[in-house]
Design a protein around this ligand. Structure first.
Ligand code: SF4
Length: 734
């Protein structure tokens, strides 16, 4: 199919550019001295308040660098200082903080261009952090800032333009441009670039019409793809930050940085950084085709692997595999993605997994008939919009991916919300009268799209779906639609955030990996299914607790430093499994050493593997205290919907009856013969829920928390985060 696609041919949106530009009006402006970081830091943050029309620089202190490092850490610290315990997501004092971290923007080590975005989430009412590619964070950093804090609300739609070449910040009223991201990113790239060459120095953050109304709005971060001649998009997807962005009436944030060169972090030891990068580039070159195929299939390479292991969510996490998975398997995406051009979401990422499907002809909605480049799908999107909704059609998945991105909607939350209402339809909880005529049958791609278009128009049943699973469960129960207990069991959310796309029923550690997270069930804290379920490397509660201590702490570190997790373990040295014990191999020790070398090489601060985890532990515990301060964070908020823990329905039980019967006999000590399916489900439930509570006890103990999930004063002291205001919060719960 690729041979037939001319990837330079796509619908153009630039015809009205001059008219749109001339409609801009300056609201307020400021100036700064552009500068490059020294050893990864600029030592200043850009603060913009849209209500008070204030622009100022804030110092980044040595204490901030020591304790919070950067990225997610800086975001949490600034947010903590900006909000009160009573602040809601749509209060003006809520902030959006964007920070790339001290290692962000280096072009030597693959996966070093991430921005971390932090805000109070509309879905969860607690801090959310999201890790996103695209060039914004590095270009902002090379303009002179370690973070951008946006507070307040504008009176009408504005564009914030940070010109890192001239040292000017302008906030402009921008009444005419579309808010939809595929257009906004392209238009603003052309509008603010001095010439064709300069487009590569521009990155745009935009959201979309969907985020104007739905609570699951995402942000798109762009980079200009010079080969395709189009602005590409990566998403800060989780938790509704796009909704906060649009509530602040921001249409776009645009940065124009200097042209990137290899030494712009001005590292302490460039040779150490370079040599560390060369080692990984070699591994990717030699091993990717044998291991994960990230360079040709992106994360979509996981689709059939998950189905083979009964881990692919099918029909709202009821089942783990499906015979039609072949229609959306990795090789089908390999065919559909445009090959042979670099697809890194930051310069120097030789893993290049940010695949694009060019030439998608849109078949529904306002862009029907347009030819577009779809960024993705990633695995989560293929599973969330696809298998989990019973949709095994590549074109519908691309259609949904395109509209979610351009409307500014998180594909994961939307996929899980859509699968929830489809199951409600299956069980008669919803019908055509209740959905306004949308037939939410499994596999109905057109119905899924209609929900999305309604969400963007803020009308009909789609507007309800846009509020997310937690609010739908409450609403349906209030209306008397379905048994509230069943709704609680099958509505796949925790803390208000929708589950990402892995089946966790057979992995107790992953049940914790999801529900014990700080921000809500997202796999970027811990992905333990293979270690736990497939390889049986975590047999005891203590083993699982150790993994649920180490991996979330370790993975937090990527978010402090502007790094992508994928190059850590989606490729590994050929001898990794032979040279190390299974637990050690899972950590990929040679890559851990790379990260220590990279950090020390850039910042000049020597560190080792233990310190790496210690750094993350500080920020992770601080985030838990932040949750407590906002009224969540206790054990009761770490509980999971039963669908993530075990079989809810008879059909689910019967689909794996042999396995479940065996577990009854061998692990629960009950002879299943003669028992009804309902009796067996009840026995399983008791056993599984009890195990989950034991897991919570073990994890809290390992993390130095009380039985109610509160970090103890000793833990805070050990971590050096026993600031008076932190201690005050914790004391209320001890
Ligand atoms: S591995 Fe993929 S997502 Fe990560 S930085 Fe590279 S291209 Fe971007």
């Amino acid at each position: 199919m690729n041979d037939m696609i001319d990837y330079t041919k796509r619908t153009s949106y630039l015809g009205d550019l001059e008219k749109q530009r001339s409609a801009h009006k300056l609201v307020f402006e400021g100036s700064f001295n552009p500068g490059l970081p020294e050893r990864g830091y600029n030592n200043r943050t850009l603060y913009i308040n849209l209500s008070t029309r204030t622009i100022k620089e804030k110092p980044v202190t040595e204490q901030m660098k020591e304790i919070f490092i950067g990225g997610r850490g800086f975001g949490l610290w600034y947010l903590w200082n900006a909000v009160k315990p009573t602040t809601k997501w749509n209060d003006p004092e809520n902030e959006i903080i964007i920070s790339p971290g001290p290692l962000g923007g280096n072009t030597q080590y693959p996966g070093s261009g991430k921005s971390l975005v932090v805000s109070l989430s509309p879905l969860t009412d607690i801090p959310i952090d999201s890790n996103v590619g695209g060039h914004f964070g590095p270009l902002m950093k090379f303009s002179g800032f370690d973070a951008l804090e946006i507070q307040g609300k504008a009176e009408s739609d504005v564009v914030i333009f940070i010109d890192g070449q001239k040292g000017i910040i302008r906030v402009e009223e921008a009444p005419l441009e579309s808010v939809d991201s595929h257009i906004a990113a392209d238009i603003f790239t052309h509008m603010y670039a001095a010439d064709e060459f300069d487009r590569r120095n521009i990155s745009v953050i935009a959201s979309g019409k969907g985020a104007d109304h739905a609570l699951m709005g995402c942000l798109n971060f762009s980079w200009y793809d010079i080969r395709r001649g189009v602005a590409r998009l990566k998403q800060a997807g989780r938790g509704g930050i796009g909704t906060v962005f649009r509530d602040k009436k921001v249409k776009a944030v645009v940065v124009r940085g200097p042209t990137v060169k290899g030494d712009m972090n001005r590292p302490a030891d460039i040779d150490r950084v370079r040599n560390t990068g060369i080692r990984l580039h070699r591994e990717i070159h030699d091993n990717d085709d044998k291991q994960c195929h990230m360079r040709t299939q992106g994360t979509a390479h996981l689709v059939e692997v998950m189905s083979d292991y009964d881990l692919l969510p099918v029909c709202n996490f009821q089942y783990g595999s499906h015979e039609d998975v072949k229609n959306i398997a990795s090789y089908t995406w390999g065919e559909r993605f445009t090959q042979g051009i670099p697809d890194g979401c930051w310069l120097g990422c030789s893993m290049g997994c940010s695949k694009g499907a060019d030439g998608h002809i849109v078949k529904t909605g306002p862009y029907k008939g347009h030819s577009v480049t779809v960024d993705g799908p990633e695995y989560e999107t293929a599973a969330g919009l696809g298998s989990n909704c019973g949709i095994f059609d590549r074109d519908w998945i691309l259609e949904g991916n395109f509209y979610c991105d351009t409307y500014g909607i998180d594909t994961i939350s939307f996929g899980t919300s859509c699968s929830f209402v489809m199951e409600c339809w299956q069980r008669g909880i919803l019908n055509a009268e209740r959905t306004g005529g949308i037939e939410l049958t499994w596999g109905n791609g057109a119905a899924q799209m209609e929900l999305l278009h309604q969400m963007a128009r803020n009308e009909g049943f789609g507007a309800i779906v846009g509020q997310g699973v937690a609010r739908m469960k409450k609403l349906f129960a209030e209306k008397g639609w379905g048994d509230p207990k069943l709704l609680a069991d099958i509505g796949m959310e925790a803390k208000g955030l929708e589950y990402s796309q892995y089946l966790s029923k057979e992995s107790l550690a992953q049940q914790g990996g999801y529900a014990l997270t700080n921000k809500g069930p997202q796999h970027d804290e811990a992905w333990l299914i293979f270690m736990d379920m497939v390889n049986n490397q975590l047999p005891t509660f203590e083993d699982k607790a150790e993994a649920l201590h180490y991996f979330p702490m370790f993975r937090t570190w990527f978010g402090l430093n502007g790094l992508c997790k994928l190059p850590w373990n989606d490729v590994e040295p050929e001898d990794n499994r032979k040279a190390n014990s299974p637990m050690e191999a899972a950590k990929v020790p040679s890559h851990l050493q790379n990260y220590c070398d990279l950090f020390s090489g850039i910042t000049g601060r020597e560190m080792n593997r233990d310190e790496l985890v210690f750094m993350s532990e500080r920020v992770y515990n601080f985030q838990r205290v932040f949750n407590l301060r906002m009224g969540k964070g206790l054990r009761k908020f770490d509980q999971a919907p039963y669908r993530s823990t075990g079989p809810v329905t008879r059909e689910e039980y019967e689909s794996r009856a042999e396995r479940y019967d065996k577990q009854l006999k061998e692990q629960i000590g009950v002879d299943p013969s003669g028992k009804s399916v309902d009796e067996k489900i009840a026995l399983h439930r008791k056993w599984r829920e009890d195990r989950y509570q034991k897991l919570c006890d073990a994890v809290y103990k390992r993390r130095g928390w009380t039985k109610d999930a509160v970090p103890t004063l000793e833990t805070l002291k050990k971590l050096g985060i026993d600031f008076p205001e932190v201690v005050d919060v914790v004391k209320k719960f001890l």
